[in-house]
Design a protein around this ligand. Structure first.
Ligand code: G
Ligand code: G
Ligand code: MN
Length: 518
């Protein structure tokens, strides 16, 4: 990756890192707010319809008693029943009897007849509603008068919609289900909300900039409507954005710093590696390869280690891929060969059968320099062909023609060739057959699956069969338990390495332990 591309990517990442949390928070809070507001609006509608139902209950029971008296509607007995309901009904202000549009008598006990005008709403069964009545004894207040067969109940107009609300601009209304006319209301009520088809069914819907809840009474011909402007929601979202913006900013900054560090690390890598080669910061460790039957150490895999002067250790899984990408891996590999030659001479003199395995990267197989280094080591040490194994990964064989040529040259030298991490790449059996290989290393992932019932646990048996068909020696990697070792041994795998036997160790430890074993 070049510098400008990385910088653009860096800036893009920061912008995304800042915006994404804000966006997510806003959309979550908007949805949450919508849900809350919806249930709140429905709650108000419920409150309104409950009050309305109770009011009508009280009116129905007052009228029923008055009618059942069987006396003149304005007789003393009738008026005393009116007074009783007036006082005992929490929602009824007064009860009276109408002749036409005029009160003939009324429970609030004044003799004057009141003219209240014609009904505004007429329901079946002779129910007549006047929804905007004023009385001289309560000037300024508006009342609803509900009339049936001349008997009339007076209700304060604000009563059914007197729900205590957290918002000033909530709209509330009780509406006739029969005619769609408003009985009482508060706030803005759009005519569109009052179409008869809408009033018959319970619903919560969004209309332009309002959330509207419609709740018909199950007992009377009245529907409650409640509505809340949606601007409350966007206010809430804005509020969340103000809180989330700094969070997004901090997240973005942290990411930016992390990215920048990585960027600098990447940029400084070539120099760091060259310095490491110059200063001799690389050294080798060796992980023994064991004969699974006897437990004897037959060889060891050379594994590179990097400890910087400042004490920091960098793992090969980090710097090897970077070195490969930078095209400086062959310098590292040549150093590995030098270090092995330098460190293992003594071992080879004492244990002439012991082998050392060296890992090669893909591009090492195209490097004349690496091949020359091997030549020199074999020549200088006079090691036997069986003393050196090179491990190539499946990826290393990606360009088969070039790889095959170099591998053949190595083989002429007498070096054995192992395929490493087998099963983790894409090479096919057919392709594998075209190479002259000696050893197949069974990857740790397959060894891990031994004794489990994962699907991979069957694959290892196929790999073993295949290796036998191709007449390859097998080395199983990453053995951690006795069970795994036993399973592998029983299925014809002769060699293994792993923490169950030994971890990678210094050349000094390896030499000493080999001597002790012998
Ligand atoms: O044991 P360790 O954690 O070091 O191994 C990590 C990875 O680095 C393994 O995949 C191993 O094959 C790789 N590796 C270790 N040493 C070398 C080396 O000298 N050359 C190459 N190309 N890879 C190595
Ligand atoms: O890819 P290669 O096989 O070269 O890598 C060997 C890697 O496996 C090294 O990182 C080495 O430290 C690690 N290793 C070796 N034996 C074991 C083991 O028994 N358990 C685990 N977890 N890692 C192991
Ligand atoms: Mn290896």
């Amino acid at each position: 990756m070049n510098k400008r591309y990385l910088k653009a990517l860096l800036i893009l990442t920061i912008i995304v890192a800042i915006l994404v949390p804000i966006f997510i928070a806003i959309s979550i809070s908007a949805r949450q707010a919508l849900r809350e507001e919806t249930s709140r609006v429905r709650g108000y509608a419920q409150d309104v319809i409950q009050r309305s139902d109770t009011t009508v209950d009280q009116i129905v029971s007052a009228f029923a008693e008055l009618k059942s008296l069987g006396v003149a509607p304005c007789s003393a007995q009738s008026i005393s029943v009116m007074k009783k309901h007036d006082l005992s009904s929490s929602y009824i202000q007064a009860v009276g009897y109408l002749k036409g549009d005029r009160f003939a008598c009324i429970s609030v006990g004044t003799e004057q007849p009141y003219e209240i005008g014609p009904p505004d709403i007429i329901h079946p069964e002779g129910i007549k509603i006047r929804n905007n009545v004023e009385f001289p004894f309560a000037k300024g207040d508006k009342f609803i008068v509900v009339e049936q067969d001349g008997y009339a109940a007076i209700v304060h107009k604000q009563l059914p919609i007197d729900a205590t609300t957290a918002y000033n601009d909530i709209s509330l209304a009780t509406v006739s289900k029969v005619t769609g006319q408003i009985i009482s209301s508060k706030g803005q009520i759009k005519p569109a909300w009052l179409s008869l088809d809408k009033l018959g069914r319970e619903a919560v819907y969004r209309d332009d900039d309002y959330i509207v809840a419609v709740l018909p009474s199950t007992r009377y011909r009245i529907t409650a409507v409640a509505a809340l402007p949606i601007s409350y929601l966007s206010q809430q979202a804005k509020h969340t954005a103000y809180i989330m913006a700094p969070v997004g900013l901090v997240a973005g900054l942290i990411l930016a710093i992390a990215f920048y560090q990585l960027f600098r690390f990447q940029q400084s890598m070539p120099k760091m590696i060259r310095n490491a080669l110059k200063r001799g910061e690389f050294y080798m460790e060796y992980q023994p390869v064991v004969d699974l039957k006897s437990g004897r150490w037959v060889g060891a895999e050379a594994l590179i280690r990097w400890k910087r002067i400042n004490g920091e250790s960098i793992r090969p899984d980090i710097f090897i891929p970077i070195a490969e990408e930078l095209g400086i891996i062959s310098d590292i590999t040549c150093r590995v060969i030098d270090l092995v030659q330098e460190g293992c001479g003594d071992i080879w003199r004492r244990f002439p059968d012991f082998y050392i395995a060296i890992n090669l990267s893909q591009s090492d197989l195209h490097s004349e320099k690496v091949v020359r280094h091997f030549h020199r080591m074999v020549h200088d040490l006079g090691v036997l062909p069986r003393n050196i194994v090179i491990e190539v990964t499946e990826r290393g064989l990606a360009r088969p023609d070039v790889a095959r040529e170099i591998l053949q040259e190595m083989r002429k030298l007498g070096v054995a060739i192992a395929i490493d991490d087998f099963g983790t790449g894409y090479s096919s059996l057919a392709q594998l057959e075209t190479f002259d290989l000696d050893v197949l290393k069974i990857d740790k992932t397959f060894v891990d699956s031994v004794g489990t019932d994962s699907t991979t646990s069957h694959v290892i048996l196929h790999i073993i069969e295949m290796a036998k068909d191709l007449q390859l020696h097998m080395v199983a990697e990453g053995i951690e338990t006795e069970g795994q070792a036993q399973f592998l041994h029983e299925h014809g795998v002769h060699y293994g390495q792993g923490w169950f036997y030994a971890r990678a160790m210094s050349i000094v430890s390896l030499t000493r332990m080999l001597r002790d074993h012998a």
